[in-house]
Design a protein around this ligand. Structure first.
Ligand SMILES: NC(=O)C1=CN([C@@H]2O[C@H](COP(=O)(O)OP(=O)(O)OC[C@H]3O[C@@H](n4cnc5c(N)ncnc54)[C@H](O)[C@@H]3O)[C@@H](O)[C@H]2O)[C@@H](O)CC1
Ligand SMILES: [K+]
Length: 497
């Protein structure tokens, strides 16, 4: 698992390392600059003529130290300082003094066309407002230059907690981040601006639990290998029974995708409770599932109660619709189910009037809202979420005592506890109809096989994204459809299981 921090958290760790542990700031800076230098050499960046652009803070000071190292290695390098000298940090003044003694060249406003590599050391985690004026002009120039661009710690202009572009930002080929990758290059747009990200250990202490109320991780492929477990002696009973309440008269596809995806995740049995209109199609398309059909004016409560008793986990929502009948189904489940529950799509849209029942529900719940659904559930705007994705996801999860899978290009998963997860698998090809239905099926499949709700959620979202990545490799991001995610879910589990 990789851990991420915001700029504020990083500053706390810097401060702790310097003040409490006693490693001098300049020592950390020397290591930071060295790690950028090493990356430039290792990645064979074109070092015929390098320009290091520095701001007035310690990101700029890293830049000056780096320029000195390049200069001492006989690489032709110029330094341009953009910041106001009256704002220089102590370290920046020291670095300039040292560099001058080594005859490092300081330049002003030279054309960028003569440089083969440009180093962006303008702003690091100290960026705290929109970029404007001369900085903005210079960043635009960098982005238009032909040179390769290396960002020090984070591309200048990217908000280190949210990935938002503050006015404008440097578009880098490489970003060398110190100690931890910053959330700003995990979330979009920052993820696109950062290019390849390398994290360098510069000796900052790794004890965020001391400093932070929330720690943020990503669950990755190698974690999946460790977590996945399938007992050879198992049978279809032990691999779990899923009851899926999904699909209205015109939306059998959503039920099909979820049910099929649960089966492809290794679950023992799936029963679908759906509308009569789907009788002709669903059993033909998915004979492996069992079915219970209800008519227009009923929910078949007796059969439903039996199925709720039979199942190990229950899913409700995909393609369910939001009419009175769908509402009655959700109400019935919330009142009478005694199993872990996954609520998705229309289930979430109906939830607003059933929050009292949700609060009384005594079993684990996973909810999978996209940002629109999150907004309706929380009363907050999508813009609010984008400003504080980690905190707001965790707060809502805490408020309803559920595991929340908040779906976006970077899905955030939280259960109101100390650890929040940001998913880093997947791609834009997954923004296609039915992709969420597949995720619901995967989550149900994992839950039914006995994984704890938060584990099932982080594993499921990771698997879903990896399946998307395999689909993109084979079919391309334009052509891939939700059904492909099911096929590749099998491949992902086969390779990592
Ligand atoms: N000893 C340390 O504290 C270490 C710091 N390191 C580096 O230091 C960086 C953080 O340094 P700082 O905290 O000095 O911050 P930065 O160097 O990121 O930037 C802060 C400076 O930029 C100004 N500024 C912020 N937003 C602006 C805007 N939109 N327009 C114009 N000016 C703006 C601030 O007023 C301040 O002068 C890290 O990203 C990392 O690169 C590393 O060397 C590791 C050790
Ligand atoms: K930078």
């Amino acid at each position: 698992m990789r851990e991420f921090v915001s700029g504020t958290q990083m500053k706390q760790l810097d401060r702790y390392t310097i003040q409490e542990i006693g490693i001098p700031s300049l020592v950390l800076m020397e290591r930071a600059a060295r790690s950028v230098y090493d990356t430039m050499i290792k990645e064979r960046l074109p070092l015929k003529k390098v320009l290091v652009l520095c701001g007035s803070g310690n990101n700029g000071a890293d830049g000056v130290a780096l320029a000195r190292m390049l200069h001492l290695s006989n690489i032709s390098v110029d330094v341009e300082i953009l910041g106001n000298p009256s704002h220089f940090t102590t370290e920046m003044k020291q670095q300039i003094e040292i560099a001058k003694k080594y005859q490092v060249a300081f330049v002003k406003n030279k054309s960028l066309s003569e440089y083969t590599t440009i180093v962006d050391a303008i702003f690091g985690v100290g960026l705290d407002r929109e970029v404007g004026g001369g900085y903005k002009e210079k960043i635009k120039e960098i982005n238009q230059a032909d040179a390769k661009v290396v960002a020090v710690d984070i591309p200048s202009g990217i908000d280190s907690a949210t990935g938002k572009v503050l006015g404008c930002a440097v578009c880098a080929d490489w970003t060398v981040s110190f100690a931890y990758e910053k959330l700003g290059t995990v979330f979009y747009e920052g993820a696109e601006y950062a290019g390849n990200v390398r994290v360098a250990d510069i000796g900052i202490v790794k004890m965020p639990e001391i400093c932070f109320p929330i720690s943020t991780y990503t669950f990755e492929e190698k974690d999946l290998k460790e977590k996945l477990f399938r007992r050879e002696s198992g049978n279809k009973g032990t691999f779990g029974k899923v009851l899926l309440i999904a699909g209205n008269e015109m939306t059998s596809g959503a039920a099909l995708l979820s049910a099929s995806s649960a089966l492809h995740t290794g679950v023992g049995m799936v029963k679908v409770h759906t509308r009569k209109e789907n009788r002709a199609i669903l059993p033909v398309q998915l004979p492996e599932a069992m079915y219970c059909f209800y008519g227009k004016k009923e929910i078949k409560s007796e059969a439903l109660a039996e199925s709720l008793e039979w199942a190990d986990v229950v899913g409700i929502g995909p393609g369910l619709g939001t009419n009175k009948q769908a509402e009655a189904l959700l109400e019935f489940v919330l009142k009478y189910s005694k199993r872990p529950l996954v609520i998705d799509a229309d289930g979430l849209n109906l939830l607003k009037s059933k929050l009292d029942l949700l609060e009384k529900y005594e079993y684990p719940v996973i909810m999978t809202p996209h940002l629109g659904e999150f907004s309706r559930l929380s009363g907050l705007s999508i813009k609010d979420w984008k400003q504080q994705p980690i905190e707001l996801t965790n707060e809502l999860a805490h408020r309803y005592n559920v595991t929340l899978v908040c779906k976006d290009a970077r899905t955030v998963i939280a259960d109101g506890g100390q650890n929040v997860y940001v998913n880093t698998t997947g791609n834009s090809g997954m923004a296609t109809a039915g992709s969420g239905d597949v995720l619901t099926g995967i989550l149900l499949g994992l839950l039914a096989q006995g994984y704890a709700p938060l584990d099932a959620a982080v594993m499921g979202v990771c698997v879903h994204g990896l399946a998307g990545d395999e689909a993109a490799k084979e079919k391309g991001k334009y052509a891939m459809v939700a059904g492909d995610l099911i096929t590749y879910t099998g491949d992902v589990l086969k390779k990592r299981g």
